[in-house]
Design a protein around this ligand. Sequence first.
Ligand code: GDG
Length: 738
Amino acid sequence: MAKAQAENERPILVLSNRLPFTVHRGSRGLEQRPSAGGLVSALEPVLRKRGGTWIGWPGIELQDKEQLELEGAPYRVAPVRITEKEATRYYHGFSNRTLWPLFHSLHERARFDRRDWETYRRVNQRFADAAVSAYSPGDIAWVHDYHLMLTPQQMRLKVPDAQIAFFLHIPFPPYDIFRLLPWEEDLLWGLLACDVIGFHVSGYAHNFLDCVERRLGARVDRENMLVEHGDRTVQIGSFPIGIEFDLYEKQALDAPPSKEVRHERIVLGVDRLDYTKGIPERIRAFERLLELYPDYREEVVLLQIAVPSRSQVAEYKELKREIDELVGRVNGRFATSSWSPIRYLYRAVPQDRLAGLYRDAHVALVTPLRDGMNLVAKEYVTCQVEDPGVLVLSRLAGAAETMHEALLVNPYNPDECAEAMHRALSMDEAERGSRVAALRRRERRYNVDFWVRSFLTAAAEDRQTLRPASHSEFETWLGAYLSGYQCALFLDYDGTLTPIVDHPSKALLADSMRSALEACAERADTDVAIVSGRKLEDVRSHVTDPRLTYAGNHGLEVSGPDLPPFRHEDLVHYLSRTDDLAKELERLGVEGAWTERKGPTLTFHYRKVAEPKRDALIEEARSLIIASGFQARDAHCAVEARPPIGWDKGRAVLHILRSRYGRAWSERVRVIYVGDDLTDEDAFRLLAGLAITFRVGPADVPTAASRQLPNVDAVKALVEWVGQRETFESHTPRLVDA
Ligand code: GDG
């Protein structure tokens, strides 16, 4: 408990698109005005209490020498510099024209532009760099919203032990929508670098789990809401945001009667002018009310406040024009000499006046087509301190998940909305009072402080891990795939069958792994091949089983039962040249670095070289390798020199499959490939669609593998399952999705 308490006092870094104030260039230089809005009022007190840094974009392009200071604040502010051109692509482009519509499931509005994406990535990196500079061990970085979905991974790569949490303020869409995004995997990888990822409601969290499971092949635990991402575990959760209840309640109690409310009863709409908010649909629903129930004419007014938003974007200009025309049409149709049905204010109203309006409105019409949460619904019920009003709420807002006592509607159905308005306007006081009391009680309890506390507590908790991969999981993933087919199991050696150790000679096969491999080798329906970067003889001497096939030097040499021995024909040209290259690399003379000679290839190891010396050393080694006419390839703490002959582990696997089973191998054989190294990525890419591939170990780089496994133990469980799996007599292939 004491520990949890201490964790709750850690300094935080808040990363959000905007700083907690807006900046303007005035006659006296840069002028700051505090930002209104829930996020700022929720997080500011936390930063004031714990200390930390707020990292965000000031909203204008700062000149090189211009600095921003937040006067008197007990926390730091780190402005992220973004040029106007970058803002066009990062903010107006990728954030608001790609992610915003797509995540609200309005995919036809989404624009996919590679240049927007590249700028988004670059700007996200700038946020990550600012966070890395501001971070001290023990801090927690809390990244907010869809503008910064790559930042967690960019930060994690530089501070592997950082505590990083993310909260998404908008919906997370279902897989079928999410997968329209050309960069879908990058975003998932970006987020999975977090320790905790929070969403407003459990539906969004489940959508996210579906996407990581189906797109990345990550293991997920839906009961405990965990994702196994490489060798890390990520906690997923729903944390519905709340509002500053006491503040809104007080403002509602203090506000004078609203001037806008005269003798008519008010149906109120309050939104940023955004196509997700369903304003045209709402106006049509109100029109329908007046058609169906003429008694409301001259009795009721729709007061719609639309706050200008993203007004440079063409779609928003178009939406404004549409609303203007609709209001004109409906008013033209029903207005009388003393009454206009719709009063439309295209501007922001000061917050204290807004509280008065909420209080005095008889009905709030909160009917977004899709909304992460929707704070207006919460503010409205909080302000019902006098004659209780009725909330009509879209089922497609996150708020509908908890606000059961509202009248829930489908915003696309004008008849249903009109009926709900009628029910609201004719509801007796007892029912209105009961509904409002329950709604207010909930918002008072689950206010914004509760949201911050519960999120940060979850972020500070020790991570659970998933149950180790079990045979039943392998049965689910591979059972139908292998059933009735010959299985060809390809395994890398170092980091896959044995853990990575500080010298390759110490990487010995555990007895249990040896037994698991033997069980596979004994089966007539299974062939096992070890595909390694080591020399063929070296890897064979470690595994020893003569029934297995061995591919050494990244597949340049292959030997196995029923296979003609293979040695790539171009190798002779390189055998002598590796010797000279090895000598040149050895002359670099850096402590801890050494060269492994493997015949036609060599590996330059730097695992034991001090961290600060590495980058320069790698650069130098790569140049020497390339100058000698070899390809330089990155591997685990090593650079490989390989003959540039278009051959790699993937090609070797295809060679083995064709040599052993014939050209039509894919009709009889099902392939599994397991590896941990960057050199295994060649095989993952080449075998996509032809095999089920597993990447083992840390999730530090994106992978082309179809699935991920955390460690060598999980590989052992997989090999054991292959060795023990049920045999099917029939060789009639089942219809499966490979
Ligand atoms: C995003 C998600 C999620 C509106 N008009 C005036 C005014 N407002 C204030 C409201 C409310 C805020 O703006 C709007 O918040 P919403 O939640 O409704 O919508 P988004 O701006 O789209 O917010 C949303 C939210 O993030 C939090 O996570 O709920 O789903 O889309 O606070 O009061 N405020 C003033 N005058 C106005 O005229 N003063």
